[in-house]
Design a protein around this ligand. Sequence first.
Ligand code: CP
Length: 331
Amino acid sequence: MPARPKPNTASTSAPAPVSTWSSRHLLGLQELPAAEISALLGQAAAYRDLATSNTRRSTLLKGQMVVTMFVESSTRTKVSFNLAARRLGADTLDFAAGSSSLSKGETLVDTVKNIEAMGIDILVVRHPASGAPHLLVRQVKSVVVNAGDGAHEHPTQGLLDTFTILRARGKVAGLKVGIVGDILHSRVARSNIWALLKLGAEVWVCGPATLIPDGIRDLGVKVSHDLDALLPSLDVVNMLRIQHERIKGPPLFPSIHEYARLFGLNAARVRSAKTSLLVMHPGPLNRGVEITPEVADGPRSAILEQVANGLAVRMAVLHRAAGFPPGATSA
Ligand code: CP
């Protein structure tokens, strides 16, 4: 397990603003200083109205080619990056990995180098292998944005979840946030943990012992195996799905029914929580397993707000990837 993140030293004060970005690539939130996470959230706030407008667009990225290369399924992240790039005036290409020469044995690096030869600027990549974007950064010329690598990180999801909390509650520092479910296989959990701890939240992970990795406490989070005991004290709960596609070997819990009974968020459980509880889920939902439809679609749910916020966050990330300084929203 990697080293514990440096928390924001004064949990009630914002990190000092940044005037330049540390890098144009975005590989993860582990390596991103708190000040830069805050700057990206501020940039997203500047783009929030434009993000959901069908009639207005910026020309900031005019002349830039953004390629989305998803070697793993996606609905939200792929659509969101494509729309974000277009709202900033970029040209976009959605590389169809399934029908590409990757299936004939071409390596990821060779594939990207061939696309680069046709002129691209920013590569947004999702890959089932942890570390794939890190490999690309060393081998290709494009700016690389990680859209989810294996069970490692999903930095834009971590940013958009943090942005959603910030918009809903006006702060992140001091809030008690629970991340519930399959922590072991979750890149979303990891990116949330890095961002939330760096911005001063108290972070709990909750799930069956078999779905909580050894050493997670070393990151600075607290661990619970009892959702009923934890939930009443939480300000925010982020429910995760079981990542069946990453579970190899024998089952990690006896049955989905028992998992839902012990760790699913349902109306009865929500009644035991604070009335201000913010309910989040990164999607895709497995309705009736980790969350019931009445909670997912209920008044405390921020799930579709997360999706809308994701567009603004990805505009901020593309703004950074294109090399524009924090703050500017036009060229
Ligand atoms: N949250 C998320 O990454 O969703 P997609 O897999 O649909 O992109």
